[in-house]
Write a protein that binds this ligand. Structure first.
Ligand code: ACO
Length: 330
């Protein structure tokens, strides 16, 4: 029997309306538009309204992905949500998204791979679909990073924004075949990006709040070096596994953590023209797990791929975790 190949048959994204500009940040911490643009390439990011949550933004992106796939919510068999800002520690954000979508037949679970959540979800969805366990899997990557960002810490608050992305991965229909996904992790470096309190090691207390332990802490320049190396290595692992070269890639979508990281990546892919590296970092900042999916949705809406064209995507984050994937238009 011919094995059915998993394809992305619909994409969607959601960005909150409120814009936080570099000029706004200048009024909040000791920083400057010039410093932020030079060091990160960011000019603005989106911030969720108080009544918007990871689940509501994720459900909106999911609704758009389901519409673009031309199916209905009750055809979704499983929902995978990648986030490091779940609505609650429990119940899962996947259950809240299921309820919001009315996807009554779907089971679901949250996945925590920080900024690398998107490629992690891709591999899980591919496995579910190609094994024949499920027909339609909805993957949702959503973050309300503003809820764990310390707007008194200039080294992190300039970086992060809110938003959500989603894809329907299916055995049937036309779309982007998930040709390959390569993942990695290194828990030896877990302390480089961490939210120290709120888990069972350091439960919430008056002291953890007073010490501002419920925010993202990051060793920025250490993380920077690993990000470039790990994303390059996982991209090359994917290409080698498929026996193709970078010349056969039409677009590279790197995690939108910092323009300098993206530029450093670009130098490592010398055959890929710079206008083929898709960027949203300037307008949305780092939206963690959502970033690659938001960029993929924008790319497909702006310039649909011709049959046979390939996209290489890659992400990196806390854990450390990283991953890459190759998609091919069918
Ligand atoms: N405005 C002005 N000055 C600042 C600011 C700011 N917003 N932030 C830091 N500085 C200062 C520092 O205090 C430091 O000053 P000093 O030299 O007097 O000590 C100086 O600027 C340089 O600081 P660095 O941290 O060395 O700056 P760097 O060039 O490394 O840029 C940045 C920092 C933007 C955070 C960068 O390291 C980076 O992007 N790192 C990677 C982040 C990443 O990839 N994250 C991915 C995963 S995130 C996740 O999983 C949630």
């Amino acid at each position: 029997m011919k094995k059915s190949r998993a394809k992305i048959v619909g994409t969607g994204s959601y960005l909150p309306h409120r814009i936080l500009s570099n000029q706004d940040l200048e009024k909040m911490v000791e920083t400057s538009d010039e410093w932020i643009v030079t060091r990160t390439g960011m000019r603005e990011r989106r911030i969720a309204a108080p009544e918007e949550f990871t689940s509501t933004m994720g459900a909106e992106a999911g609704k758009r992905a389901i519409a673009s796939a031309g199916i209905s919510a009750d055809q979704i068999d499983f929902i995978l949500v990648a986030t490091l800002t779940p609505d609650y520690i429990f119940p899962s954000t996947a259950c809240l998204v299921q309820q919001a979508l009315g996807a009554k037949r779907a089971s679901g679970v949250d996945v925590q791979a920080a900024c690398a959540g998107f490629p992690y979800l891709l591999l899980m969805a591919k496995s579910f679909v190609e094994s024949g366990i499920y027909k339609n899997v909805l993957i949702v990557a959503a973050e309300k990073l503003s809820s764990i960002t310390n707007y008194r810490d200039r080294s992190t608050c300039i970086l992060f924004g809110d938003g959500a992305s989603a894809c329907v991965v299916s055995a049937e229909g036309e779309g982007l075949e998930i040709e390959s996904v390569c993942l990695g992790a290194d828990g030896e470096l877990a302390d480089l990006i961490v939210m120290p309190a709120g888990g069972c090691r350091l439960p919430a207390s008056q002291q953890t709040v007073a010490e501002e332990q419920h925010y993202i802490k990051m060793a920025g320049s250490e993380v920077f070096k690993h990000a470039v190396r790990r994303m390059e290595a996982s991209c090359k692992e994917c290409l080698e596994g498929l026996g193709i070269s970078e010349k056969e890639i039409s677009w590279l979508i790197p995690h939108q953590a910092n323009l300098r990281i993206i530029d450093a990546m670009a130098k490592r892919f010398e055959h890929l023209p710079s206008d083929r590296i898709f960027k949203t970092v300037e307008k949305y900042g780092n939206t963690s797990a959502s970033s690659v999916g938001i960029a993929l949705d924008e790319l497909l809406r702006r310039s649909p791929l011709a049959q046979g064209e390939r996209v290489l995507l890659t992400a990196f984050g806390a854990g450390l975790t990283w991953g890459a994937g190759v998609l091919r238009a069918t």
